[in-house]
Design a binder for this molecule. Structure first.
Ligand code: CP
Ligand code: NVA
Length: 313
């Protein structure tokens, strides 16, 4: 087995904003190599004897299964830790939890609400911490999205991506991911649901290095026009279920349907992090149609997270 570069050893993955374009390229290249190795059934046990703890305060299908299977394929072991069952759920501090887990584990993946909780965990842990989704960001998902786009289009820089819908964690991480890789991104969201201005301004700074154009608009057609990739996500994220009905009214015009994607390039690809609410943010015709790359996208979670773990742990 060839040695992996040491560039990212010991690093946390809290936000793509903290990574340089070349560090992101290294992750994507390693992910492609791992995908090839898995298809050829070549062993790549880079994490033999190592253990990842996975703290979940929200539900998950893809993140849990891809991290757990990924760790197994890398020769290591993964532990599912429901936040409700940890002493964390009874008031033990994040700092103390981080200090203790650092004595047992080689890395922590956490899915929770507040980005500040993930940052606090990382501050007190001596081992790498990976953000498996917060209300603010979902960096692992966007690494998989970038890998999927590159796989389909052969490049990233200079492409146009349209994100249509809620200015949520997916929109925020896409802003960083596109800014860092030179993908021109237009986010179309209704008033009151636009991405955070702070995130947009950080992404604009990031984009100076790559020349990516970052735009936030209201009109979905304007975003989708000539796009190489069209991306959407649920209208009510985890924790926002009570707003579901009100949001369905506000977002009705933002459905990614056959009519809307007619404005994209002829060879566009459609991405959705999943789970999808079919008939709401996307129609069956689009998600099951010939342009959809959502199953490759879900698969790439496995490859890209294995790359992250093998590079940082
Ligand atoms: N896309 C994603 O993170 O899926 P899960 O919520 O199933 O992990
Ligand atoms: N925005 C969604 C993504 C789920 C993977 C949520 O936070 O629920």
């Amino acid at each position: 087995m060839e040695k992996l570069p040491e560039l990212l050893r010991g690093r946390d993955l809290l936000s793509l904003h903290h990574f340089t374009p070349s560090e992101i390229s290294l992750i994507l290249d390693t992910a492609d190599a791992f995908r090839d190795k898995l298809k050829r059934r070549e062993p790549h046990r880079y994490l033999e004897g190592k253990t990842l703890g996975m703290i979940f305060q929200k539900s998950s299908t893809r993140t849990r299964v891809s991290f757990e299977v990924g760790m197994y394929q890398l020769g290591g072991h993964a532990l599912f830790l429901s936040a409700a069952d940890l002493q964390l759920g009874r008031g033990e501090s994040i700092a103390d939890t981080a200090r203790v887990l650092s004595r047992y584990l080689d890395g922590i993946m956490i899915r929770t609400y507040a980005q500040s909780d993930v940052e606090e965990l990382a501050r007190y842990a001596d081992i790498p911490v990976i953000n498996g989704l917060t209300d603010l960001l979902h960096p692992c998902q966007i690494l998989a999205d970038l890998q999927t786009i590159r796989q389909a289009k052969g490049r990233l820089a200079g492409l146009k991506l349209a994100y249509v819908g809620d200015g949520n964690n997916i929109a925020h991480s896409l802003l960083f991911g596109c800014a860092k890789t030179g993908v021109n991104i237009t986010v179309a969201s209704p008033e009151g649901y636009k991405p955070s201005p702070e995130i947009v301004s950080l992404a604009v700074q990031d984009a100076r290095e790559t020349g990516a154009v970052i735009r936030v608009v209201t009109d979905p057609v304007e975003a989708v026009r000539d796009a190489d990739a069209v991306v959407t996500d649920v209208w009510a994220s985890m924790g926002r279920e009570a707003e579901q009905e009100a949001r369905a009214r506000v977002f009705a015009r933002y459905q990614v349907n056959e009519e809307l994607v007619r404005h994209a390039r002829e060879d566009f690809i459609f991405l959705h992090c999943l789970p999808a609410h079919r008939g709401e943010e996307v129609t069956d015709g689009v998600i099951d149609g010939p342009h959809s790359a959502v199953w490759d996208e879900a698969e790439n979670r496995l490859h890209v997270q294995k790359a992250v773990m093998a590079l940082v742990m």
